[in-house]
Design a protein around this ligand. Structure first.
Ligand code: PLP
Length: 379
């Protein structure tokens, strides 16, 4: 089997999505399954739909088009403000888009008119994280203007936190969002059917005993993929944290001094952290994987194996006491940053196992070792 490769266990993905869908349902919140990290892979999208998500969200129109081409008819939301130059593609393939600019909404309305369609718009509100969003004080005016576009249906409002500045969703900013929905409905009639409160970082708030208020939707990606809460990157109870792993192949394995020698200048990517060990020697292993494929800081190896660093095409690991040979494979867990890069690297093969009951499991999973004794055997 080719390496490096990402192995996505769709049964675990389905489990994670289904657990979150049913927990949030109890709080009156629907889930939009976010497909961007898997580049709109239809098998991933179908696993989310099988788990009961209400619709799919992606930040790239290319991914939405790929899912449409694969025959997926579920409601789709473009969760990044459309480029006006792509307005035609957006109205053709996405049911709804997130918006903050009247010029963009105008382009969408014109494109929709031309195509004989209507397009749904969710207005994103800035709640403090300083990524996308209309300032709350400008929202009423924007709604008034948006309601005038002939081929646009205003679906509601949304916000996005904890992405640019790490501002956490909490009772304060979420009740502010609810209040904005109330104010808009008082002023314009029922225009905020959808109140999309945020992403995976909203889960702690949403599943706590606090009231969700008007918030009736969340857009979830990372929590489904990695089983982690992005606020503290701790595992979410009941979810798999190993639904996705990365397998790479060893191309060099040698015993080398633990310290570099010679006159030391800058390395290819700035100064590399030097191993804490003083003197002695290590089993240093090189895998055919690099910064073009992953974020080296986002890789976790099996217990007893330490990632030392990476250049464009080489990943260096210290295998401690165990010796591996060229041609053997090593499995890593990834954080969101490493996952995004691996998914977008053309050098990384993606394999998707099918959910239970949907056919043969054609991908052989390489299990990580559970104890250091197993480590040797594993290599
Ligand atoms: C990526 C994204 C999400 C999903 O975020 P996760 O933290 O992966 O759940 C939700 N909303 C918007 C606007 C996004 O860009």
């Amino acid at each position: 089997m080719s390496a490096p490769r990402l192995e996505v266990d769709l049964e675990k993905i389905r489990h994670n999505a289904s657990a979150l869908v049913s927990q949030l349902r109890g709080h009156g919140i629907s889930v939009t399954g976010v497909t961007k990290a898997c580049l709109g892979e239809p098998r991933f999208a179908n696993a989310l739909l099988g788990a009961g998500v209400r619709g799919l969200g992606d930040s790239r129109i290319e991914n939405i088009e790929a899912m449409r081409r694969a025959g997926i008819t579920a409601p789709m939301t473009l969760i990044r403000s459309p480029m006006p130059s792509q307005a035609g593609r957006v109205v053709a393939h996405a049911d709804i888009s997130f918006n903050t600019e009247l010029d963009v909404i105008s382009a969408l309305s014109t494109a929709a008119q031309r195509a004989g369609r209507r397009h749904g718009v969710v207005l994103m509100v800035e709640m403090g994280d300083l990524r996308e969003g209309i300032m709350p004080g400008d929202l009423q005016e924007t709604v008034r203007a948006a309601l005038r576009f002939p081929n646009i249906d205003l679906k509601g409002i949304g916000t996005n936190l904890a992405c640019q500045s790490g501002v956490s969703p909490d009772a304060g900013n979420m009740s502010d969002l609810s209040r904005l929905a109330d104010l808009l409905d008082e002023a314009f009639g029922l225009v905020t059917r959808l109140v999309s409160g945020g992403n995976s970082s909203n889960l702690k708030w949403a599943l706590s005993s606090e009231k969700a208020g008007r918030v009736n939707n969340l857009r979830l990606g990372e929590s489904i993929l990695l089983g982690l809460d992005p606020l503290d990157r701790q595992p979410i109870e009941g979810l798999y944290t190993n639904a996705i792993s990365l397998v790479a192949e060893v191309i060099e394995a040698k015993t080398k001094p633990s310290r570099p020698w010679g006159t030391i200048g800058q390395a290819a990517f700035g100064t590399m952290p030097v191993s804490g060990k003083d003197g002695g020697s290590d089993f240093r292993t090189i895998l055919a994987l690099g910064r073009q494929d992953i974020d080296p800081l986002g890789l976790t190896a099996a217990p007893g194996i330490e990632v030392l660093g990476a250049s464009s095409d080489h990943l260096m690991v210290d295998t401690g006491r165990s010796y591996v040979t060229a041609g053997s494979e090593m499995t890593f867990q990834l954080n969101y940053s490493a996952l995004l890069r691996a998914m977008t690297s053309p050098f990384v093969t993606k394999t998707y196992s099918l959910p239970a009951g949907q056919g043969a499991f054609e991908t052989r999973m390489v299990p990580g070792p559970r104890s250091s004794e197993e480590l040797h055997q594993w290599h």
